[in-house]
Design a protein around this ligand. Structure first.
Ligand code: NDP
Length: 397
C-alpha cells in the first residue's frame, strides 16, 4: 500500500491515473502534479474511490519538486511528463528520498538524441540511497522488454534475433495527428534508422528500409525500420543477441505529411525569431495539431505490438512471437483514451503496482527486462492488455 505522485497530465497520465484508481487495494493516495493544473483537475474529477489531489509544478525545477514531495510524501514518483524532465525528476527523487518510474528515456531539449547513459549514470546514487528507479515502463519501451525477458526465461536457452514490431492499424479520421506528444513523436521518427548486428550498430537513412509484415487480426502493413530506445538496453542485457531491430507501421498519408513538415522547416527544434518573439517551430506545430489525448472518440481499429524472437532451445532453432492487440474503441470506452495512450498508461501503472507490492523494489536503476517478467505478464492479462504467444511460426524477418 502506498502513495503515488504522478507528474504530467497528458494522454498517458489520464490512463495511468484511472488505472491506479482501479487498483485501490495497492494505491492509497494519488497526487497528479503538472505544468497546467487544470489538466490534472480534469483527470482527478473522474476519480471518486481513492484520495486524489492535484498540484501545479514545473518538473524542470528540482527544488520545486522536492518541496512538493515533502508535502505529499510519495512512496513512488511516476514521471509521465516529457523525456526532457527525466533527470530533474530523478535529481528531486534522490534529494528527497523517494523512488522513480518513467516511460521514456532522457533526451536533451536542444538535441534529438535519446540514450540511456544519462540515466544509467544514476545507478550508484539510487543504490546507495536504497531507492528504486524503473526506466521505460510503457509499451515500447516497457512491455516489449518484459516480453523479451519472459521469452528468454521460459522459451529459449539462447535468444539470438529480436524484431520488435509496432503496428497501429487504427484510424483517427484526421488528416494528420500523432498518437502521443507530437514533438517527441516527430523528433523520434525523423532520426536516422539504427539497428544492432553482430556486435555493431548500423545506421540507415530515416525510414529508408521497409517491408510489409503481417500482423495478427490486421493483415499486411508496410513496416519501417527505425531506432527505438529499448534496443540499447536489450542488447546490453541479452548479450546473446546477434541482431536486434525495431519496426513501426506508417500509412502513406502520415509519411506525406511528415515529409512536408520537414521540407518546410516545421520540424526544426532550434528557436527562430517570429515578430520579435523566439519560437521553436516544432513546439508551435504541436500547438496547432490535434491533442493526442483527445483522439479517442472517433478512433477505430487496433494496435498490434509484439516481439518476434528466434533462438535456440535444446539445441534446436525455435521462433516465438509474443504480442498484444489493443482496440482503440475498447480503450476509449474504458478510459476515454485511444489505444496508444492506453498501451502506455496501463504498463506504467503495473510497474508502479509491482513496486508498491515490493515485487519490483530493488535499489538501483533498472530497465524493465532486468526485473522478474512473470508477475508483470500476469498483470498484463488482468489489467486490459492480454498477450498471446505463437511458436515456430514464420517471423517474416
Ligand atoms: P502529453 O504531451 O500528452 O503530456 C505531457 C504532460 O507533461 C502534459 O500534461 C504537460 O503539461 C506535462 N509537462 C510537460 N513539461 C512539463 C514540465 N516541465 N513540468 C510539469 N509538467 C510538464 O504526452 P503523452 O501523455 O502523450 O506522453 C507522456 C510520456 O509518455 C512522454 O514522455 C512520451 O514520450 C511517453 N510515451 C511512452 C510510450 C511508451 O510506449 N513507452 C508511448 C507513448 C508515450 P502541459 O499540458 O501543461 O504542457
Amino acid at each position: 500500500m502506498g502513495k503515488v505522485l504522478v507528474i504530467g497530465a497528458g494522454g498517458v497520465s489520464n490512463v495511468a491515473v484511472r488505472k491506479i484508481a482501479m487498483n485501490a487495494d495497492v494505491f492509497t493516495d494519488i497526487l497528479v502534479a503538472t505544468r497546467t493544473q487544470s489538466k490534472a483537475d480534469k483527470i482527478a474529477a473522474e476519480i471518486t474511490n481513492v484520495n486524489v489531489r492535484t498540484a501545479q509544478a514545473d518538473a524542470d525545477k528540482p527544488d520545486e519538486l522536492v518541496a512538493l514531495f515533502g508535502d505529499f510524501k510519495p512512496d513512488l514518483v511516476v514521471n509521465l511528463a516529457l523525456p526532457y524532465q527525466d533527470l530533474s525528476i530523478m535529481d528531486a527523487c534522490l534529494a528527497y528520498g523517494t523512488s522513480y518510474l518513467d516511460t521514456a528515456n532522457y533526451e536533451p531539449l536542444n538535441e534529438a538524441k535519446y540514450q540511456y547513459s544519462w540515466q544509467w549514470a544514476y545507478k550508484e546514487r539510487f543504490e546507495k540511497a536504497g531507492l528504486t528507479a524503473i526506466l521505460g515502463c510503457g509499451f515500447d519501451p516497457g512491455v516489449t522488454g518484459v516480453y523479451t525477458a519472459y521469452a528468454a526465461k521460459h522459451h529459449f536457452d539462447e535468444i539470438q534475433y529480436l524484431d520488435i514490431v509496432d503496428c497501429n492499424a487504427g484510424d483517427h479520421h484526421k488528416a494528420f495527428a500523432t498518437n502521443f506528444n507530437p514533438e517527441i513523436n516527430i523528433r523520434e521518427i525523423t532520426q536516422r534508422g539504427k539497428y544492432y548486428e553482430n556486435g555493431e550498430w548500423k545506421e540507415t537513412e530515416p525510414l529508408s528500409v521497409h517491408q510489409a509484415l503481417n500482423y495478427p487480426e490486421v493483415g499486411p502493413r508496410e513496416s519501417y525500420l527505425m531506432y527505438h530506445e529499448e534496443l540499447e538496453s536489450l542488447v546490453k542485457n541479452f548479450p546473446s543477441l546477434r541482431r536486434a531491430r525495431f519496426w513501426m507501421t506508417f500509412g502513406q498519408e502520415y509519411l506525406t505529411h511528415l515529409r512536408v513538415i520537414q521540407n518546410i522547416g516545421m520540424s526544426r527544434i532550434d528557436p527562430i525569431l517570429y515578430n520579435g518573439v523566439e519560437i521553436v517551430p516544432i513546439q508551435f506545430l504541436k500547438a496547432v495539431l490535434p491533442n493526442p489525448g483527445d483522439l479517442g472518440e472517433n478512433y477505430t481499429g487496433q494496435t498490434s505490438i509484439g516481439c518476434r524472437i528466434r533462438g535456440l532451445k535444446d539445441g534446436k532453432d525455435r521462433t516465438c512471437y509474443i504480442y498484444n492487440n489493443c482496440s482503440h474503441e475498447a480503450a476509449y470506452r474504458e478510459t476515454g483514451a485511444q489505444a496508444v495512450s492506453y498501451t502506455t498508461g496501463v504498463p506504467a501503472m503495473i510497474g508502479a503496482k509491482l513496486f508498491m507490492q515490493g515485487i519490483w523494489r530493488k535499489p538501483g536503476v533498472w530497465n524493465v527486462e532486468e526485473l522478474d517478467p512473470d508477475p508483470f505478464m500476469k498483470e498484463l492479462n488482468e489489467q486490459g492488455l492480454p498477450w498471446r504467444e505463437l511458436f515456430n511460426v514464420d517471423l517474416e524477418l
